[in-house]
Design a protein around this ligand. Structure first.
Ligand code: GTP
Ligand code: MG
Length: 343
């Protein structure tokens, strides 16, 4: 147990063209796992959703026979590609993995290609969700089923259509220099990108998406996810927001270490480096409690990977995409230099 906890939760960005179903896919993952057990509960983070590993494997059902050693998956939705481009460009290695959502009926669009170029630049492993498969004429819905199970129930014409659409995607990916295949025909994740036909509306194919992500995490990142949980916190600013009663706040994705109330932090501002101190760390409350209490719950510290709201003085001028690092044991100049480099 102690050993496992040193592997942090991988951060999974959901990317793709407008309206292809990124948010719906996450909603479905959240929705189909609303189970009231204590552990394995999905929790809403600032700007992110944490799905613990037992919820992942539960959703993966029969597919989940792989040995898993990541604690879960932290999903980040990317609303509007523009902000994300900036974020990627500045934030560097924020996403450990990605889901690129493509409407299977529409195929590649400009933002699909942009997403793929970003992922290639950062060498980020990813899976393609060939989404809205339920829109193929004549599709027979099998709620929440793994792809192969639902595929077997479709008539020949529909199956042929899925194959044609998948091969169109394979062709487009090949034009961009990626080898890909339908996921069930991929034996080596290092050589082929997996394409999983999905429906965010019906949940079909979602078990497979989750299992491919777990597979990628095991294949690529058990080393890179080993972090010192008590190390100084490091993260990327997703949004800068004024909150009533709190002043200016940062929505931060923490990807390394621990951030504590009272920590000295260094963050990149518009044209200067800002040094300040964490006044409070805020977590969103569960939906059910929001009406009766404050929207946020105060916590003393938070450990990566997590989405957290940071309140601190002097945050004016911080921009989305900025790096943030905590200072520990007097290495202030070093940290400032590091943040400067990351901008
Ligand atoms: P942006 O955030 O604007 O970039 O869009 P998005 O990629 O988050 O798309 P979103 O999830 O908002 O879905 C857009 C529309 O497509 C909504 O009306 C969804 O209900 C619909 N939709 C998403 N996924 C599916 C799917 O698998 N099947 C069907 N039939 N509709 C879907
Ligand atoms: Mg969206």
């Amino acid at each position: 147990m102690a050993k496992e906890s040193t592997i942090r939760t991988p951060i999974v960005c959901v990317m793709g063209h407008v309206d292809h179903g990124k948010t719906s896919l996450l909603d479905r993952i959240r929705g189909s796992s609303v189970v009231s057990t204590e552990e394995g509960e999905i929790t809403q983070h600032i700007g992110a959703t944490l799905v613990p590993i037992d919820a992942v494997t539960r959703m993966g059902g029969a597919l989940s026979k792989v040995s898993v050693n990541v604690p879960g998956l932290l999903f980040i939705d990317t609303p509007g590609h523009h902000a994300f481009t900036t974020l990627r460009a500045r934030g560097g290695a924020l996403a450990d993995m990605a889901i690129v959502v493509v409407d299977i009926n529409e195929g590649f669009r400009p933002q699909t290609i942009e997403a793929l170029q970003i992922l290639r630049n950062y060498k980020t492993p990813f899976v393609i969700a060939a989404n809205k498969v339920d829109r193929i004429h004549g599709w027979r819905v099998q709620e929440n089923q793994p792809f192969l199970k639902t595929f077997a129930q479709q008539n020949e014409r529909v199956q042929g259509m899925v194959e044609t659409k998948v091969y169109e995607l394979v062709g487009k990916l090949s034009d961009l220099g990626f080898n890909s295949e339908r996921f069930d025909r991929v034996s080596d994740f290092a050589r082929n990108i997996c394409i999983v036909p999905t429906s965010a509306l019906t949940g079909e194919g979602l078990p497979d998406i989750l299992m491919v992500l777990i597979g990628l995490a095991q294949r690529y990142m058990t080393e890179s996810l080993k972090v010192s949980a008590d190390g100084p916190g490091a993260g990327t600013v997703l949004e800068v927001k004024e909150e009533r009663g709190l002043g200016m706040t940062l929505d931060l994705i923490l990807y390394d270490g621990t951030l504590k109330v009272g920590d000295e932090i260094v963050v990149a501002g518009n044209d200067q480096i800002i040094e300040t101190k964490v006044r409070s760390l805020l977590k969103p409350r569960p939906m059910s409690e929001i009406l009766i209490e404050e929207r946020f719950e105060r916590v003393k510290s938070v450990t990566a990977a997590a989405g957290i709201k940071v309140a601190a003085p002097k945050l004016d001028g911080v921009i989305a995409g900025s790096p943030l690092r905590a200072v520990r044991s007097g290495n202030r100049d070093e940290v400032i230099e590091q943040v400067r480099r990351e901008v």
